[in-house]
Design a protein around this ligand. Structure first.
Ligand code: AGP
Length: 610
């Protein structure tokens, strides 16, 4: 959701910033822009609408050497995607340039006031008021204080980086609600929305907290809070490697991340699954284990794919750990009046750890006195830092906007968590052992699904002419139907509805005819027979059916038009396998249409605004 990057130090800033934007482009790609302070103290600014490539082409032969600069890749909120609205934005004097991730909610009032006193605006964005406000305050106080006063004046969220020609050796960065990381390299400082642009240069980082501002020069930095007090910051070490963030010869990050799932799942369970004891050891929960033993109710908050993982988790927790579990879209939770008490624990699930709605939900839960936990992939992200305890996915960087490997690692951790909570309660050793043993087999079983990739590709081609799909699943596979529908919607722009199978007859069945195929998840489990009846109902209305079924189920092949088989596992673990054909199906559906799989239109990887 907008990516910002800045550099100050002895190296040439331009290439570092462009490379940084390339790594941040998954956060938004409506426009890109750069501002450099050249060696002669001049400002070089260029912006282009559309993807980063347009900016790169525009400045290819004329990027000046510069020791300091800022750059931005935009996901439009206020003002359409255009060159005019691209960041960096500047003041009237064209001295102050800034890049912003977030939303300034009171920008209209501020803009009107500033216009009354003569400020001329050149964009439709909320961001531009910040540059004009700083310009205005600078008439009375030095730059740093002008930035503080500006921030005190605005409502909303920001990750912000500012340069000013009058103090050309400095970058000011400030954070409120949108992430900002400062990379401390041997040769200079890199600030960015996340660690992706930083990892190439250093593994030493500082996470800025809300209400903090850093003044960064080529050889020093100082962090202060809104009381103008110096804050001592701890340097954290990041463990993601540059190699993990590369495509490694795959056509798309999404495909690479699909194929990585056996490995990322293995990383999620390694050292945590104690198969012979039928237990899970979750170091991040050690300090809260007693509290979890007493917990009476669990509320899961998350969004999108992470929400569907949570829905699978609800089924697991209730069936195997006997814990009353509710799940809620984080965006709804924050605006209603959730009933929470000391015996309720709120669990946030988030790949990025920065999703604004999920973050707000856990803040609300904390305010109401509930313990909060996180299942988060990005180490050091805000949700990971703000929850009382949690478990990291260890899935490595997920760059494709469509979440794949993060989802299966979330499911793996939810299974571990079920074991952990279940064994604290009534789950028998035998059941614990069974779950643990089956879970440890899943990474190898995933590889078997990949052997069918060409078959799935052919099916996606066969169905490429359809513009609507119904995805159906029951029990553990109902969330997978939702996830499958989300995947094809977001990357192939195909209308798809995910439904619990039993709900089909209550409405969606009216849609079914020869132009409205069904993707049915029909694995051999406790609801198999019921699922078959649903398939019969679709077929009776002339609808085509693609089934995801259990290996060896020959009879289903006679009933449906196409089948994709997955290996047999424990019912609660089926989603780890049944989702993979749906990811591959969506992937090839998008590729066949020539779409930009990793950067689907209108989306951004990390949604840090409401
Ligand atoms: C998934 O494919 C999506 N792009 C999106 O729904 C995502 O899962 C959602 O925005 C939540 O993100 P998070 O896991 O980083 O919180």
């Amino acid at each position: 959701m907008c990516g910002i990057v800045g550099y100050t130090g002895p190296r040439d800033a331009g290439p570092i910033l462009l490379e940084g934007l390339r790594r941040l482009e998954y956060r938004g790609y409506d426009s890109a822009g750069i501002a450099l302070v050249t060696e002669s103290g001049e400002l070089f600014v260029e912006k282009k609408a559309g993807k980063l490539a347009n900016l790169q082409t525009a400045i290819a032969d004329r990027t000046p050497n510069a020791a300091i600069g800022l750059a931005h890749t935009r996901w439009a909120t206020h003002g359409k995607p255009s060159e005019r609205n691209a960041h960096p934005h500047c003041d009237c004097g064209k001295k102050i340039y800034l890049v912003h991730n977030g939303i300034i909610e009171n920008y209209k009032e501020l803009k009107a006031d500033l216009e009354k006193i003569g400020h001329k605006f050149s964009s439709e964005t909320d961001t531009e008021v910040l540059a004009h406000l700083i310009e205005e305050y600078k008439k009375q106080v030095p730059l740093k204080e002008a930035v503080w006063r500006t921030l005190a004046h605005v409502q909303g969220t920001y990750g912000l980086a500012i340069i000013d020609r009058s103090e050309p050796e400095k970058i000011f960065v400030a954070r409120n609600g949108s992430p900002l990381v400062l990379g401390v390299a041997d040769d200079g400082y890199i600030i960015a929305s996340d660690i992706a642009p930083i990892v190439r240069y250093t593994n030493q980082v500082i996470y800025l907290e809300d209400g903090e501002m850093a003044e960064v020069t080529p050889c020093s930095f100082q962090v202060t809070n809104f009381k103008r007090k110096k804050v001592e910051k701890e340097i954290s070490k990041i463990d993601w490697t540059l190699e993990e963030a590369e495509k490694k010869g795959y056509d798309h990050f999404m495909l690479k991340e699909i194929i990585e799932q056996p490995e990322s799942m293995q990383n999620a369970i390694r050292g945590r699954l104690v198969a012979k004891e039928g237990m899970a050891k979750l170091g991040g929960l050690r300090d809260v284990a007693d509290h979890l033993r007493e917990m009476k109710r669990l509320v899961i908050v998350s969004c999108g794919t992470s929400y569907y993982a949570g829905l699978v988790g609800k089924y697991m927790f209730e069936e195997y750990a006997g814990i009353r579990t509710e799940i809620e879209y984080a965006s709804e939770f924050r605006y209603r009046k959730p009933i929470l008490d000391k015996e309720t624990v709120v669990l946030a699930i988030s790949q990025s750890g920065e999703t604004a709605d999920t973050l707000a939900a856990i803040r609300e839960a904390k305010n109401k006195g509930a313990m909060t936990l996180g299942i988060v992939n990005v180490v050091g992200s805000t949700i990971a830092r703000e929850t009382d305890a949690g478990v990291y996915n260890h899935a490595g960087p997920e760059i494709g906007v469509a979440s794949t490997k993060a989802f299966t690692s979330q499911l793996s951790i939810l299974a571990l968590f079920t074991l952990f909570l279940g064994r604290q309660r009534d789950m028998s050793f035998v059941m614990g052992k069974r779950i643990a043993e089956e879970l440890s087999k899943v990474p190898e079983q995933m590889k078997k699904v990949f052997k069918d990739s060409q078959h799935i590709k052919r099916i996606s081609k066969k169905y490429s002419g359809f513009s609507d799909f119904l995805y159906l699943g029951r029990k553990y596979n109902y969330p997978i139907a939702m996830e499958g529908a989300l995947k094809i919607k977001e990357i192939a722009y195909v209308h798809a509805e995910g439904y619990p199978f039993g709900e089909m007859k209550h409405g969606p069945i009216a849609l079914i005819d020869e132009n409205f195929p069904t993707v049915a998840i029909a694995t051999r489990d406790s609801v198999y027979e019921k699922t078959l009846s649903g398939i019969q109902e679709s077929k009776a209305r002339g609808g085509k059916v693609v089934a995801v079924a259990t290996a060896g189920d020959k009879s289903i092949a006679k009933l449906v038009d196409d089948v994709i088989y997955i290996p047999k596992t424990l019912e609660m673990l089926t989603p780890l396998l049944s989702v993979i054909p749906l990811q591959i199906f969506a992937y090839y559906s998008a590729v066949q249409k020539g779409l930009d799989v990793d950067r689907p239109r209108n989306l951004a990887k990390s949604v840090t605004v409401e």
